[in-house]
Structures are given as structure tokens and as C-alpha cells.
Design a protein around this ligand. Structure first.
Ligand code: BES
Ligand code: MN
Ligand code: ZN
Length: 502
């Protein structure tokens, strides 16, 4: 789909979308259109349920007095109260309606909104951004495409005052969305196609955009003492990898500053290992690399919009398989930190991968902070469902920044407690740590976070458990079902608001 921006004028072809506010109040352009069509809008409103609240749509076919093939009315409710996410949702919903109707192009007209949260031309860019996010499809393996059901909408023009600014804002949003799309692509790939080596290859492609990419193979990780990560991968025919991606976009003044670090769990497939998972639903474990997918998409977004920060993304890539050489329950491994770990359940593997990835990141980069993302526990889905990621942190300021960014972009996080009482559960009688808690099913997500914290010193750190967020079975306006790309927009906003231009 192509996007364009223009000053306000009634188009001569395609579909025209105009706003109606709460209680059927006409926007200035709706007023003009109603006059030109000798009251077609007023008549249509009389015979429908449309009131002008957010989410209301009404289509009017080829009204006389206009050259366009269709007028779509969209409700905006009280325009002063609109948020950026409302505009994105509008964009996504509009695309869906227009594709159902078979429209090929649309001009969306946005009169001055006087909203508190944004300028109207920024809102225009958000509508296009939402439309772009909602248009994503993962179809590379589909050869039996039904032409009659294909999306028809090929072009969206958003018209507003000061459209040059909208166009500029959209360029950044587009770069961000390309990052989200990379994450969605990676998460959607099946594990026979996306395994540690091929995932690392996808990361290497970011070199063209100026990302510095290093790939550590098993021999290198062995030398670094990464026994925890390597133990998880040892039952797989596919070799493990650690990928380090650096984006150095800070202005020279800040060039020497500590980088922002993002660490991702990249379990390309999680069978559970010898502690094998039940069969039904196991196919979902192809997206157990969601944390690594988000980190990779974020690096692409930062490079794409040339963010003025130094950021490093580190992802631990493994495949957790049962095999003659697989790790056994009861095995004891030594992590890069020197701490030994008794493996009591080979299905609690994400924390083992992160243990070495976190330690490596902290040790090598001495970052400003570390944020890790992982589809770590089923328990977080019991706690928070699919509405928020679990947030665990040793730092209140960092937590608040993440919470605010999540709220602003509609990718929520909710902080859960951590304390010594939970941490105790990770002590093993015969090694330093054990990889599952002693409390049975109680507080599984917190105990997992406590385990991770054993590999963090006093670096500000936050852990996002995204097991409930990386994949969606439901179609939503800006997130079609499948890989969601959760976290890319959240972290981009978090970086933008707190670490750029300072
Ligand atoms: N990858 C899973 C967690 C998961 C479950 C993600 C469902 C997405 C959907 C993780 O490796 C795992 O197996 N965790 C175990 C931990 C347990 C053995 C302590 C779990 O959640 O059951
Ligand atoms: Mn597992
Ligand atoms: Zn897992």
C-alpha cells in the first residue's frame, strides 16, 4: 500500500472518507460534502445507527454531486479527547472496511481537531501508520492465493493542513513499522526455516542499514564459558548462536556514552527438551524466539529512522530439543558468571539462555541499563492474559518510563513484585542455583525473574515477560492475528521520550 499526504481538497476519484463528531456533528468537510450532494450525508445519518462515536462507520455509494465512487463517514467522538492510538486504530479499521468494500484508493480528510495529545497533522501521520500496521500479512508460504479475496486498497492519501509536516512524521513511523514487520516476520516463520544460524543470517542483513552485527558460534561461546546457553542447545542438530547488534547513532557529543542494551530470548523452537511438552499446541513454540524477534525489529527501527542513540541488541539463539545428546534433568551446568545451575526441568530453558546473554551484555558493554524480553513463562498468561506484558525490575525510574511508554503506544506493561523470599526459591542444595522454584506452580513468573536477576549486578535492569503478547489469535485493527511485533513500538517510544535529544 502507498501513502501520501496533501492539503485539504475534495478528490475527484476513488473513495472519500470524512469525519463526523459526537452526536452527529459534522466536521467542516462533512458540511461541504453534504451541501455538494444536496443533503446525502444528512439523509444517510437519519436512516442508520451511526452517531459519530469512535468506531462508527457508514458508507454511502456514489452520491450525486461528487465525482468520487464512495463516501465513508467515520466517527471521531469528541475530537479534543482523541489519542494517537485512537488515530492508529481508525487507520487500521478504515483499511479493513475499504478492502471489504473493494475500494482501490481513499482520501481521508482531517479538519483541525484541537486535540490535547497531538497536532492534527501528526494525527494524519498516525492514521497512515495505523493503516500500514493493519495491512500486514505473512503470506510467503501461501501459493493458493484467492484473487477474489485479495486486499484491493492500494493507496491512501491523508489530507490536512500542514501536510508537509505529516509527510515528515510519517517517514519516521514508516521506519518504525518496518521494524515491527521484521519482528512479525521472524515470529511467524516456522522452525524448520528459522533456526539459530538462519536467524543470525537475518540479523546480518541489517548491516546494510548501518547496524554492526557480530555472530558468535558455539566454539566462541564455549571459550567464554557460556555453559547455561550451550546446555539448552546441545540436544539440537542446529548449532546455537549469540548475535550482537550495535546501532551507534548518538551525536558525537554523546558518542562515548554507555549504550542502551536490549537482550532477547531466542528459542527458535521449544519442545521442552527431555522434560517434553504435551503435543497439543506445541506448534506455538515456534514463536518462543519472540523476545529476540523484538530486539531485532527494534534495531531495524532505530537504524531505519537514524535514532540519535547508541543501542546494543544481544540475542541468544538456540533450539530446545530432546535427543541422545540433550541436557538431562539433574544436570549441573556452569554459566559465564561462574554460578553453577542445577537443571531440574529442561523446559525452563529461556532463563538459562538469558543468564549467559545478560551476563555477557553487562560484562562487555557496561550499559546504561539492560532490558530483556522473553516469552518466558506460561504463568504470566495466567496472571495478565493477553493485555499486558509482565514487568520485573530492580529500578523504579526505569519501570515508570516503560509503563508510560507502554500506555502511550497501547502496548501495556504491568509491574509485578520481586523480593528475597521469591529469590530464595532459586537456591539449589547441590549447586548455586536451580532453574525452577521450590514453590510448585506458585509465582512462576516472579521466580523466573528472580533467577534472571542473579545474572545482573547493580546495572538498572528490567525484564519483560511477553509470553502473552508475542502472538495473537484475534484480529485487531492494527495487529492482524499472528505475530504481533509487541515491544518494538513500546521500546522505540521509551527511547524517543527518554534517551534522544538529551
Ligand atoms: N516458552 C515457555 C513459556 C511459554 C509458555 C511461552 C506458553 C508462551 C506460551 C517456557 O520455556 C516454558 O516452558 N516455561 C515453563 C516453565 C516451567 C517449566 C517452570 C512453563 O511456563 O510452564
Ligand atoms: Mn520451555
Ligand atoms: Zn521457552
Amino acid at each position: 500500500m502507498k501513502f501520501a499526504f496533501s492539503e485539504i481538497s475534495i478528490p475527484k476519484r476513488g473513495s472519500l472518507a470524512v469525519a463526523i463528531y459526537a452526536d452527529k456533528a459534522f466536521s467542516p468537510t462533512a458540511e461541504v460534502v453534504d451541501k455538494k450532494t444536496k443533503g446525502a450525508l444528512s439523509r444517510a445519518l437519519e436512516t442508520s445507527r451511526f452517531t459519530g462515536k469512535q468506531g462508527d462507520f457508514l458508507e454511502i455509494a456514489a452520491p450525486s454531486g461528487l465525482e468520487v465512487s464512495r463516501v465513508v463517514l467515520f466517527g471521531l467522538g469528541d475530537p479534543e479527547k482523541l489519542t494517537t492510538t485512537d488515530m492508529e486504530t481508525l487507520g487500521g479499521s478504515l483499511v479493513k472496511r475499504l478492502n471489504t468494500a473493494g475500494a482501490r484508493s481513499v482520501t481521508v480528510i482531517l479538519d483541525e481537531l484541537n486535540a490535547k495529545e497531538f497536532k492534527t497533522n501528526e494525527a494524519a501521520a498516525s492514521i497512515a501508520g495505523g493503516a500500514m500496521l493493519g495491512s500486514y500479512r505473512f503470506r510467503k508460504y501461501k501459493t493458493d492465493i484467492d484473487e477474489a479475496a485479495e486486499p484491493t486498497l492500494a493507496r491512501m492519501t491523508v489530507s490536512c493542513k500542514g501536510s508537509a509536516t505529516a509527510r515528515k512524521a510519517f517517514a519516521d513511523i514508516e521506519a518504525l513499522n518496518e521494524g515491527v514487520f521484521l519482528t512479525r516476520d521472524l515470529v511467524s516463520e516456522p522452525a524448520n526455516e528459522l533456526y539459530p544460524e538462519s536467524f543470525a543470517g537475518r540479523c546480518l542483513e541489517l548491516s546494510d542499514m548501518g547496524v554492526h552485527v557480530e555472530i558468535l558460534d558455539e566454539a566462541k561461546m564455549q571459550r567464554l564459558g557460556m555453559g547455561a546457553l550451550l546446555g539448552v542447545g546441545q540436544g539440537s542438530r542446529r548449532d546455537s548462536r549469540l548475535v550482537i547488534m550495535q546501532w551507534n547513532g548518538a551525536t558525537t557529543k554523546k558518542a562515548g556514552k554507555k549504550p542502551l542494551a536490549f537482550v532477547g530470548k531466542g528459542v527458535c523452537f521449544d519442545t521442552g527438551g527431555i522434560s517434553l511438552k504435551p503435543g497439543p499446541g506445541m506448534e506455538e513454540m515456534k514463536w518462543d524466539m519472540g523476545g529476540a524477534g523484538t530486539v531485532t525489529g527494534l534495531m531495524k527501527a532505530l537504524a531505519g529512522r537514524k535514532a540519535k542513540v547508541n543501542a546494543v541488541g544481544v540475542i541468544g539463539l538456540v533450539e530446545n530439543m530432546p535427543d541422545g545428546n540433550a541436557q538431562r534433568p539433574g544436570d549441573i551446568v556452569k554459566s559465564m558468571s561462574g554460578q553453577t545451575i542445577e537443571i531440574l526441568n529442561t523446559d525452563a530453558e529461556g532463563r538459562l539462555v538469558l543468564a549467559d546473554a545478560l551476563w555477557y551484555t553487562q560484562d562487555r558493554f557496561k550499559p546504561e541499563f539492560m532490558i530483556d524480553l522473553a516469552t518466558l513463562t506460561g504463568a504470566i498468561i495466567v496472571t495478565l492474559g493477553h493485555e499486558n506484558a509482565g514487568l520485573f525490575s530492580n529500578n523504579d525510574a526505569l519501570s515508570e518510563q516503560l509503563f508510560a511508554a507502554g500506555k502511550a503506544v497501547g502496548e501495556g506493561v504491568w509491574r509485578l513484585p520481586m523480593s528475597e523470599a521469591y529469590a530464595k526459591q532459586t537456591k539449589s542444595p547441590i549447586a548455586d542455583l536451580q532453574n525452577i522454584g521450590t514453590g510448585g506452580r506458585g509465582a512462576g513468573s516472579i521466580v523466573a525473574a528472580e533467577f534472571l536477576q542473579k545474572f545482573v549486578n547493580d546495572t538498572p535492569w528490567a525484564h519483560l515477560d511477553i509470553a502473552g503478547m508475542a502472538w495473537s489469535k484475534a484480529d485487531k485493527p492494527i495487529t492482524p492475528k499472528g505475530g504481533t511485533g509487541y515491544g518494538v513500538r513500546l521500546l522505540d517510544k521509551f527511547i524517543r521520550d527518554n534517551y534522544e535529544g538529551k
